[in-house]
Design a protein around this ligand. Sequence first.
Ligand SMILES: Nc1nc2c(c(=O)[nH]1)N[C@H]1C(S)=C(S)[C@@H](COP(=O)(O)O)O[C@H]1N2
Ligand SMILES: [Mo]
Length: 431
Amino acid sequence: MTDEKDHPKGLYEFFEKDPEKADQEFFGRKTNRDRRGFLKGAGLATMGAMIGTAIPFHRNMPAGFIPAAFADQHALTGKDGLTLLNDRPVNAETPPHLLDDPITPTARHFIRNNGVPPEGVDVESWTLTVDGLVDKPMKMTIADLKSNFENHTMALTLECGGNGRAAFDPPAKGNQWTLGAVACSEWTGVKLKDVLNAAGVKDNAVYTAHVGADSHLSGNPDKLPISRGMPIAKAMTDNILIAWAQNGGPIHPNNGAPLRLVVPGWPGSVSHKWLERIYLRDIVHDGPKMTGTSYRVPNRPVAPGEKVDKKDFVIIERMPVKSLITSPQTGSGSSREVEVRGHAWSGDRKVARVDISHDFGVTWQEAELDNPVNDGAWQNWRAKVAFPQAGYYEVWARATDDAGEQQPFAIAWNPKGYLNNTMHRVALTVN
Ligand SMILES: Nc1nc2c(c(=O)[nH]1)N[C@H]1C(S)=C(S)[C@@H](COP(=O)(O)O)O[C@H]1N2
Ligand SMILES: [Mo]
C-alpha cells in the first residue's frame, strides 16, 4: 500500500467497496484466490501473522472477509463522549460542547492514529534516541530526560490538519472530521530545543525526522505508518515539548504514551506519538506522509474539484486562525440571553479578537478574550448574547489574529481537505 493513501473510512469500508483490492493491499500483493474466492499463499500467511496464530478453517473464509479479531473494541477506553470515525486505525473526535473546559481533559482529547499503537508499553525501559546531524548522539530513558533537563508544564493546542474535512465539497478522502479534531491539554515534559542544544545541532541540519513505535496497518515491520518532521528553526522555538504527562497524569495510550512530541500551532501530524527517535537531516524530511499530497496543499488558490499537479503542493506549516463555540450546544434551546463561549487559536500567532454575530453576519459584537495561559495555548472567550424575540437563530464566531488574518465564510477548497477554518455556527431555538 502506498504510504500516502488514506483509505475511505478504514478497513471496513475499504473491504466493502473493493474486497479484492483490500485483500491485496492489507494481506499482501501476492494474495491469490481460487475460483471460490478463498485466500491462499502469502495473503493467508499475512492474515495469520496479523492475528498471531494459524487459522485452521481458513478455507471457509469468504473473499473480502475481515476477521472480527481486527475490530478494536477497546479503542475508546478512558475516553468520554468521543465520536468514533474509524476503528482501524482508530480515529475519534470530540463534539464541540464536550470541549468546553479551558484545558481539555485527557478523556476528551481526540485520537488520530495512522497505524496500530504499540502494546505492552514499558515506561521504565522506554528510550528516546536523538541522532543524525548532531555532535553527540544521545539515547535517554524518560528518567534521564526528567533529570537532565528542566521540566515544563504547558497548555498546548493540537489540531489535526484535516479537522473540518467533512465540509469539503466535492468531498475529500480521509477521516471525515467535523469540528472536534482539536484539543488543548496541559503537557509536561522537556523542551525539544533544550534536548537539541545538548546534542549539538550541526550546521548542515535543516529538518527534524520523527519515529514512533506504532506499526503499519499492513503489519509489515519495515514500514512506518507516519514519519514527519519540521524545519530546525521551528524545532528550536520555545514551546515544543517532549512530553511524558498529560494533565498531570499519564498520557492516554492512544495519545502517545509514554512519550510524545507536542508541537502547537502546526498540523497535529508533526506531534509524533510513542516517540522513540528524532534524527536531524540535511534535506527536508521525506518520510511517510511528508511527500506527495499528504499534509500538503496547492501553492495557490484552486477551484473546488480542480485537479492539481503533485509538484504544485507545498507542506503545511502553521495552522490558520480559527475558533470554536463550545457553549451553548448546537441544536439546543435557549433563553433570551445566553453566555456564548469557546476557544480561539492561530498557529504561531496570538488571536487579537473574537467577534460574535447572531444575525447571520450583519452585525458583530466583540467577545471578551483571554490571553493564552502560555504561548501555544488556545485562548478562551465569552460573550453575552441577547436575542430580540423567540425563534431560530444562528450564533457565529469569527476570530482575527494579530497579523490581521480572519476566519473566512467559505472553505478554501483543496484536494485533500486540509485547513478548513471557516466560522463555526451553532443553531439555537430561543424561547
Ligand atoms: N507515531 C504517531 N504519531 C502521530 C500520529 C500517528 O499516527 N502515529 N498521528 C499524528 C496526527 S495526524 C495527529 S493529528 C496527532 C493527533 O494526536 P492525538 O491522537 O493525541 O490527538 O498525532 C500525530 N502523531
Ligand atoms: Mo492529523
